[in-house]
Design a protein around this ligand. Structure first.
Ligand SMILES: Nc1ncnc2c1ncn2[C@@H]1O[C@H](COP(=O)(O)OP(=O)(O)OP(=O)(O)O)[C@@H](O)[C@H]1O
Ligand SMILES: [Mg+2]
Length: 110
């Protein structure tokens, strides 16, 4: 999967004067707001889409109903279906993110 690596790469044009670049993303983003104020459907949706299009990897933890479906939809919308590795209660305890990562590292070292 190709990914952007130039820190000046534009990920989102927030306004006529405000560019959000890969460098800004690497510094970290905090989103504050009251319950139901639009963090997920506004900034969360815009940022996750930009990150997926830019080839980011990441770990998303989900607890709210519909959250897994939301991320599967995002992956589909931005051409990242094949990047999804889903760990859930159906996968069993040996399929945690850490055990999957350990297996991937072991396989790549062979
Ligand atoms: N600008 C807006 N105008 C009207 N409705 C909005 C707007 N932004 C968000 N909503 C609606 O408000 C509801 C709550 O939004 P959202 O789930 O994004 O909030 P949140 O801040 O993530 O909430 P939570 O704190 O529960 O995670 C959703 O139904 C969403 O569609
Ligand atoms: Mg939310």
């Amino acid at each position: 999967m190709p990914f952007v690596s130039n820190l000046d790469t534009l990920l989102l044009q927030l306004s006529a004067r405000d560019n959000f670049t890969l460098g800004h993303a690497c510094l970290g983003v905090n989103v504050f707001g009251g319950i139901g104020s639009g963090k997920t459907s506004g900034s969360g949706r815009s940022l996750s889409g930009a990150y997926l299009r830019a080839g980011f990897g990441g770990l998303v933890t989900a607890v709210k109903p519909g959250e897994v479906e939301r991320w599967l939809r995002y992956a589909h919308e931005h051409g990242r279906e094949k990047s999804i590795i889903l760990f859930d209660e159906n996968e069993g305890s040996t399929s945690s993110p850490t055990s999957w990562t350990a297996r991937a590292w072991t396989a790549s070292a062979r």
